[in-house]
Design a protein around this ligand. Structure first.
Ligand code: ATP
Ligand code: MG
Length: 175
């Protein structure tokens, strides 16, 4: 039997632009190498342009959404928590299945920050990660415990962003 190559845990966090696009870029690169990718998207719901584009690679990249597509101000509603919990269960199954090599938990840091699931639940996914899986966690405000347990952490540093001048998310550029 061919020996399995080690996979690592990566975290893309920080306030600057580039976290989601870095994860999508990695998914495309992996697909190019014939590796299967599972993307679990928290918080968001709907047809972002990257989701539409990834449908062209549906034989290699699977995207599932576990958010209700709304911003939770303060205390999340039971439906938001339920959707995120469903996501966690799905991820646990995906992590132990042989099908996917790369697992991307998009906006999972934000989901933990909002209390949709506990940081401890996310931590468990890192700790129990099978040897050969590559795990990617994105979103602002990564918990120190997540950072501590990851192998690679990149902070997108916001030096300047047109958002501050009132330029909201544009189709094809930010969404
Ligand atoms: P991208 O999807 O372009 O890689 P990202 O995943 O790093 O960016 P998020 O933290 O998910 O960015 O931000 C979501 C939205 O927040 C953006 O579409 C943008 O409109 C808004 N935003 C406000 N300030 C910033 C900032 N400093 N950097 C990035 N996005 C910002
Ligand atoms: Mg993002």
């Amino acid at each position: 039997m061919e020996s399995k190559k080690r996979g690592y845990t990566q975290v893309y966090t920080g306030n600057g632009k580039g976290k989601t696009t870095a994860a999508i870029g990695l998914a495309i690169r992996a697909a190019g190498a014939g590796l299967k990718v599972f993307i679990a998207q928290f918080i968001k719901m709907g047809d972002y342009s990257e989701i539409k584009a990834l449908k062209r690679f549906s034989d290699l990249i699977t995207v599932e959404q576990f958010g209700l597509g709304r911003f939770t101000d303060g205390k999340p509603a039971p439906e938001d928590i339920e959707a995120a919990q469903k996501g966690l269960e799905r991820i646990k199954a995906v992590m132990v299945s042989d099908e996917y090599k790369i697992i991307i938990l998009e906006e999972a840091n934000v989901a933990a920050m909002l209390g949709l699931f506990a940081v401890q639940d996310l931590l468990k996914i890192i700790i129990n990660k099978p040897y050969d899986k590559e795990l990617v966690i994105t979103g602002r405000g990564a918990s120190p415990r997540i950072i501590e347990n990851a192998d690679l952490v990149t902070e997108m540093k916001d030096i300047k962003h047109y958002y501050q001048k009132g330029v909201r998310a544009r189709v094809g550029i930010e969404k």
